[in-house]
Design a protein around this ligand. Structure first.
Ligand code: R5P
Length: 296
């Protein structure tokens, strides 16, 4: 029998206070479902609206990249300072502790190596795996202008369709082939196509000229790709410029884990992304932390 004795009469109705409906903090994401928004809010910090993603997925097409030979030794010490890890299921299962609280963006496209045509990718992870691994987004490479442009776009739209069914966002990664021009016109084209076809956010490269037109013409958040290793001050300057010109964060790999002092570098990147620190100040922070021994 239901225990109904002593139930107090409900009276806290606050009839004079309308229920608040909170808008969502991420560009172009307000119409998404609760699960999608919740996952995006684990990638992007709701306070700054930005993210520091640590990209360590390089091995899926180029094997043990410099700095990633031993993820357990070189990368685990960086994890606490990243908002999100971008990696493959192989490294996630074999090396990353399940107690990790950082959100996971899972690389789901693949099937090629540096020995062959890179744009010839397929979807290499099924949706059940992404659900099982509790990931916050799935990353798919899109090769606009590449030999297998259409297949790579369709890979992305397939993941958008399947991910939407389960509330998992899709990150489109705009890949530049060897011969493609890296300019704002190209990245406007690539990012806009990905967004129009449903990507929930987009990773793209920074360009000095007109980067703000790339972010302005893309209706969903853009995170800046790191690219090949450059001096720390230059990498911090690039991240600063990207953020100030409309990027909602960074997804950096080699410029962090190939740094002389990776922990110091990721902390400096965080200062630029989340605190709007200038490149000069962030570099001073890097230098100080490095001198204090913040290598690992
Ligand atoms: C390729 O496009 C992949 O996403 C990379 O494996 C990785 O994310 C690139 O990171 P970074 O260029 O910053 O080393």
């Amino acid at each position: 029998m239901a225990d109904t004795d002593g139930i107090k009469e409900a009276k806290m109705f606050y009839t004079d206070i309308p229920q608040k409906t909170e808008g969502f903090f991420l560009k172009g994401s307000n119409s998404l479902d609760w699960g999608m928004k919740n996952r995006l809010a684990r990638i992007f910090n709701p306070v700054s609206g930005r993210t520091v993603m640590l990209a360590i997925d390089h091995g899926y097409f180029q094997g043990p990249t410099t700095g990633l030979e031993r993820v357990d030794i070189n990368i685990l010490p960086l994890v606490p300072y990243a908002d999100t890890l971008m990696l493959t299921r192989g490294i996630l299962r074999s090396v990353i502790p399940p107690s990790t609280s950082q959100s996971i963006v899972l690389r789901v496209s693949g099937g090629t190596s540096i020995l062959k045509e890179l744009s010839n990718e397929d979807i290499a992870v099924n949706i059940e795996e992404s659900i099982r691994l509790n990931v916050c987004a799935m990353a798919v490479q899109v090769f606009i202008g590449g030999e297998h442009e259409k297949e790579s776009i369709i890979n992305m739209t397939r993941m958008v369709d399947i991910g939407t069914r389960y509330g998992i966002p899709t990150l489109a990664v705009t890949a530049v082939g060897k011969d493609m021009a890296r300019d704002a016109q190209y990245f406007r084209l690539a990012c806009r196509i990905c967004a129009e076809l449903g990507a929930h956010y987009i990773k793209t490269y920074y360009v000095d000229d007109d980067f703000e037109t790339v972010t302005a013409s893309c209706p969903v958040p853009i995170v800046m790709a790191g690219g090949k290793k450059i001096p720390e001050l230059d990498a911090l300057t690039m991240a600063y410029n990207a953020i100030q010109r409309g990027a909602a964060g960074v997804d950096m790999g080699r410029n962090i884990f190939q740094s002389e002092a990776p922990v110091a570098m990721i902390k400096a990147v965080r200062a630029v992304v989340h605190d709007n620190e200038t490149p000069k100040k962030a570099f001073e922070l890097y230098d100080t932390l490095k001198a204090e021994g913040n290598r690992y």
